[in-house]
Ligand binder design. Structure first.
Ligand code: GLY
Length: 313
């Protein structure tokens, strides 16, 4: 067992401007991010696995109504919630994903169960929920996901001129509230996890990058673990998470360079968002091409987790 470990989390990226965030709201986000990173950090410090750490960190954000995942998921045009999730183990390349989940309290626990208890990678919709019931995954009534803030956001978007699907919109803040975590444990194993409610007012069972292995999530002990947040269609076109791993593998890029290059590619096709990544030495990178990303990180050498929101922090 080595003593090197680390974890990074995100709670969404986008037009997050200081002028639009009241001190109270900013503090609430920082507290939620700290709770999330602490839950993963304590698992890693005690010799737990990176898979357990990323799952625990994501569950905290899914249980908070502040993020667009689990409890705080945004509404579809049909006034339902359809959630996506994925998790990947860097040691074995095993992974599990869920999409169109409507009643599963913690989509990331569902993804982990698909990975460990099924012969498949991705389960969807009603079949996914049948599988969840068989494996005693917590199912909740749809009203659990009915938050006033998200309901109001849907009404505002529906009343707008173009009635398009938009990213998580909160007054003057337009952000991509997907949550995710990446970690390296003391055994040298990497893991990545991502969970999202997708886009407000989405139609036709739109599915984003979150449950797509290689686009929103990837982990490989040979290189790094990645989770993305932003406009999913662009990460799907670029297969961003796997692309970052490949740049490290084929071009011997550092994690810093590979993630910056991925953001450049995103910008070049007018996509927006951010990524978090950790390599197999515990180096962490969290670049973005927007005004902010709710994020936090902790490495074995740090005294305290670092919690950040704005790009210039
Ligand atoms: N990145 C989350 C989504 O586009 O659904």
């Amino acid at each position: 067992m080595k003593n090197n470990f680390g974890i990074a989390i995100h709670g969404g990226a986008g037009t997050i401007l200081r002028k639009n965030l009241t001190p109270k709201l900013e503090q609430q986000f920082r507290t939620a991010l700290r709770l999330s990173i602490e839950s993963g950090k304590s698992i890693l410090e005690n010799g737990g696995t990176s898979l357990d750490a990323v799952q625990a960190a994501v569950v905290v954000m899914e249980d908070s109504d502040q993020f667009n995942a689990g409890k705080g998921a945004v509404f579809t045009n049909d006034e339902t919630n359809e959630m996506d999730s994925s998790i990947m183990c860097g040691k074995t390349l095993a992974c599990g994903c869920g999409t169109l989940l409507r009643h599963i309290k913690n989509p990331i626990i569902f993804a982990r169960t698909v990975m460990e208890k099924s012969e498949h990678v991705l389960l969807a919709s009603d079949g996914a929920e049948q599988f969840a019931k068989l494996h005693d995954i917590e199912i909740v009534d749809a009203k659990y996901f009915h938050t006033k803030r998200r309901w109001f956001q849907l009404q505002v978007v529906k009343e707008s001129d173009d009635n398009k699907a938009i990213l998580d919109h909160d007054g003057d803040n337009s952000k991509h509230g997907t949550v995710g975590a990446v970690a390296l444990d003391k055994d040298g194993n990497l893991a990545a996890a991502t969970s999202s409610g997708g886009m407000t007012n989405k139609k036709y069972n739109r599915i984003g990058d979150t449950p797509m292995i290689g686009a929103g999530t990837y982990a490989d002990n040979a290189t790094c673990a990645v989770s993305t947040t932003g406009h999913g269609e662009y990460f799907m076109r670029l297969v961003t998470a796997k692309d970052i791993c490949d740049m490290i593998s084929y071009k011997q890029f550092s994690i810093d360079l590979a993630t910056k290059e991925a953001i450049k590619k995103l910008t070049a096709i007018d996509g927006s968002g951010g990524v978090i990544a950790i390599d197999n030495n515990g180096n962490i990178a969290m670049p973005m091409n927007c005004a902010g990303m709710y994020r936090a990180s902790f490495s074995a050498d740090d005294k305290e987790p670092s919690v950040k929101i704005f790009v210039e922090e």
